[in-house]
Design a protein around this ligand. Structure first.
Ligand code: UD1
Length: 453
């Protein structure tokens, strides 16, 4: 598993194999304890995965801090090493990355397939070598996840692309340069915005991205690149301008806190009738989550870098529509749905970013939730007391939703496929235990796989 995965202990395989039987892990949650106390939020997954890969573009070593201890970070570090970079652990959350011996522009399939963010190798390697070979990415199954916008932007920077046997090959034969007045994205895309930024910082001339994504991790990547000498302007707005530079120096950079991890703990506190303080956060990044929780009847007190979250009355249903930042984040949709199961009345959840982000609802239904789905809309008939049951996490945030439901449920819930959760949450069971939750990690043999074999 990925747990405790600072560099030396990293493993990319998600299972251990013993006597031909895969040994897997699951979470056993005995629900009903209100969460109480203080929890420190780790660095943002979606910023870390891009910034670690971007470090390969530097001409000198970089130190990265506030890196979360999660599976996707392990994969990124493995990608860097496979390309020839040297990675050293400074402490549990800081890494020293020296890309001076980097020689290859081909990412191995074994790493690319493990996460969506491996696509940042395309922009970073293109920026560094004017060439890249990266297998199509893996990641959560949320419906079709094309990369057409990424390729369109690389073409506007002079890179030809082709996809052969599942590998994306990019080649800017005459070097990278801005060929178009502006690159307009007809869909707001986090990945395409960040990937374009990566390549454009080394492209000759000025690149303008229009209808850019505005998420906090887009701004964090721009700040990181600028700390290496890049010239990225306007990140956080829908128009980003990048003036290409020929060299990027080393830097010492601290990554922003994870707003989705923070939102997940806030929802868990509300679902259990708890009272917690969530620390090491940027309250501004959480505005839409905070506003929605307040609407549901959750009390929230904001401080400079923390929020206190508690409930003292019944929760009321509300409607939620996901949208790109500054809208309600799709990555919080499953967790808010789990919370709304406990809120009185009917709630309507509309998913506007991903085609298949309601896959977890069947599992919540096993626990007694009353939710119907029609296309992009889920209708939650709230106010139910959920009951513990065996369930499967089908993706990262689905897993987080099941944990929230399990913490509030009556009885024991066993959550399988937790490797999805550990891809993106840093030590979730331990953080929850410190807040008073009854959650254990247990090994079990994969008898289903054995019987198929
Ligand atoms: C990132 C996040 C993911 C989050 C999502 C939306 C990472 C590693 N992942 O994913 O957690 O749920 O943003 O906030 O940061 N699209 C296209 N063509 C493209 C690219 C995207 O049509 O070339 C569409 C997608 O199908 C989707 C929408 O654009 O409907 C948004 O996707 P995008 O913002 O690109 O998501 P990711 O970067 O993959």
């Amino acid at each position: 598993m990925y747990r405790n995965c600072p560099h030396i202990q990293r493993k990319c395989e998600q299972v251990t194999v013993t006597r031909n039987l895969k040994i897997l892990e699951k979470y056993i949650v005995n629900g009903g304890n209100p969460l109480k106390g203080e929890v420190r939020i780790s660095g943002a997954k979606n910023a870390a995965v891009a910034i670690i890969i971007a470090a390969l573009m530097a001409d000198e070593p970089c130190t990265l801090r506030n890196i979360p201890n999660i599976g996707d970070v392990s994969v990124c570090l493995n990608i860097l090493e496979s390309l020839g970079a040297s990675v050293k652990v400074i402490d549990k959350t800081a890494y020293y990355i020296d890309p001076r011996q980097l020689r290859s522009y081909s990412v191995p399939y074994e790493y690319a397939r493990l996460m969506r963010a491996s696509y940042y190798s395309l922009g970073a390697l293109l920026g560094k070598f004017s060439k890249a070979c990266v297998p199509l990415p893996g990641g959560c199954p949320l419906g079709s996840r094309p990369i057409d916008l990424h390729l369109k932007a690389f073409a506007a920077l002079g890179a030809e692309s082709k996809i052969e046997k599942g590998v994306v090959m990019l080649d800017a034969k005459d070097g990278l340069r801005s060929l178009q007045k502006k690159i307009y994205f007809d869909t707001v895309s986090v990945g395409a915005t960040m990937n374009t930024m990566l390549a454009a910082v080394k492209a000759q001339g000025v690149t303008t991205i229009d209808n850019a994504a505005r998420e906090p991790h887009v701004v964090d990547l721009a700040n990181f690149l600028n700390s290496m000498g890049a010239q990225v302007m306007g990140a956080g707005t829908s128009v980003i301008r990048i003036r290409g530079v020929s060299r990027l120096h080393g830097t010492d950079y601290t990554i922003i806190p994870d707003q989705i991890e923070a939102g997940t703990f806030m929802a868990a506190a509300a679902a259990t009738g708890g009272d917690i303080t969530v620390t090491n956060i940027v309250p501004r990044h959480l505005e839409y989550i905070t506003a929605k929780l307040s609407k549901i009847g959750v009390n929230i007190e904001e401080n400079d870098d923390s929020v206190r979250v508690w409930t003292d009355g019944p929760l009321m249903g509300t409607d939620v529509k996901t949208n790109p930042h500054p809208g309600f984040p799709t990555d919080m949709q499953p967790q808010i749905a789990a919370l709304l199961c406990m809120a009185y009345g009917t709630s309507v959840i509309t998913e506007r970013v991903w085609e298949q982000r309601f896959n977890y609802i069947g599992e919540l239904t096993r626990m007694g939730a009353s939710i119907s789905v029609e296309g992009k809309v889920a209708i939650v008939d709230g106010g139910q007391q959920l009951k513990g049951a065996p369930v499967q996490a089908c993706d990262l945030r689905a897993g987080a939703a099941l944990i929230i439901a399990a913490l509030a449920a009556d009885g024991i819930t066993e959550i399988e496929n937790i490797e999805h959760i550990e891809r993106g949450y840093d030590n979730m069971p331990e953080k929850l235990r410190l807040l008073g939750a009854n959650i254990k990690v247990k090994d079990f043999p994969d008898l289903a796989a054995a019987s198929i074999a």
